[in-house]
Write a protein that binds this ligand. Structure first.
Ligand code: HQG
Length: 181
């Protein structure tokens, strides 16, 4: 399977493991795990997939979006869920500043309400401006916020870091946001 085909299948796997497992008739457990055999069987109705290719997709994913359990009978997304699962996120102390990329058209609402998770369980924050900008571009003309995490921490906000290094928080009130683009 070439890289382009793997990306297509990977996007479908992300959809299943983060948002719509029912799309292929499977369920996730409370911690977001899906049965690997069931996942492969379900996906094969649309795309060719076997254990070897799935392993390659997981290993080669540039954001390390997926993880297997120890005996590789289960697989889950490390973050990004809209389905309410406990992905065993580790509470962690964030750097003094993080970034959030969004689209220009959302900024009026963001500056009124702060950053909200919208359809996901958490607001996603990036450690560097470039990554945040890329995220923003997915939605339109990018806008960029610097987040004053040091003050948020002082004020008792809790941050999590997913297994693949994404920073997550439930809400960023407007006073901690500084628009830089
Ligand atoms: C915006 C990708 C209006 C928010 C990326 C964002 C990321 C508001 C959009 C990960 C708002 C939600 C997540 C408010 C937030 N009013 N709009 N109050 N608060 N928003 O896709 O952060 O490749 O759910 O700014 O790289 O864009 O899929 O979140 O624009 O890490 O692994 O509402 O997904 O990673 O959009 O992206 P999303 P996101 P993957």
């Amino acid at each position: 399977m070439n890289k382009k085909e793997k990306t297509t299948v990977s996007k479908f796997i992300a959809l299943i493991l983060r948002h719509h497992p029912e799309e292929i008739g499977i369920t996730l457990d409370d911690h977001g795990w899906a049965d690997v055999s069931q996942l492969i069987e379900g996906i094969r109705k649309r795309y060719p997939l076997d254990r070897e290719i799935l392993q390659e997709i997981v290993d080669e994913d540039e954001k390390q979006r997926y993880a297997f359990n120890a005996d590789k009978t289960k697989i889950r997304a490390n973050q990004g869920h809209s389905v309410p699962v406990d992905a065993d996120l580790a509470e962690a102390e964030p750097p003094a500043v993080l970034y959030h990329g969004t689209a220009d058209r959302f900024t009026a609402s963001i500056e009124k309400q702060g950053l909200l998770p919208q359809s996901r369980l958490y607001v996603h924050l990036s450690a560097d401006e470039e990554t945040a900008k890329k995220t923003g571009r997915r939605h339109g003309r990018p806008a960029l916020y610097l987040i004053d995490c040091a003050s948020m921490r002082d004020d008792g906000h809790v941050f999590f870091r997913s297994a693949n290094g994404v920073w997550l928080v439930r809400h960023v009130p407007p006073r901690y946001l500084h628009r830089i683009l």
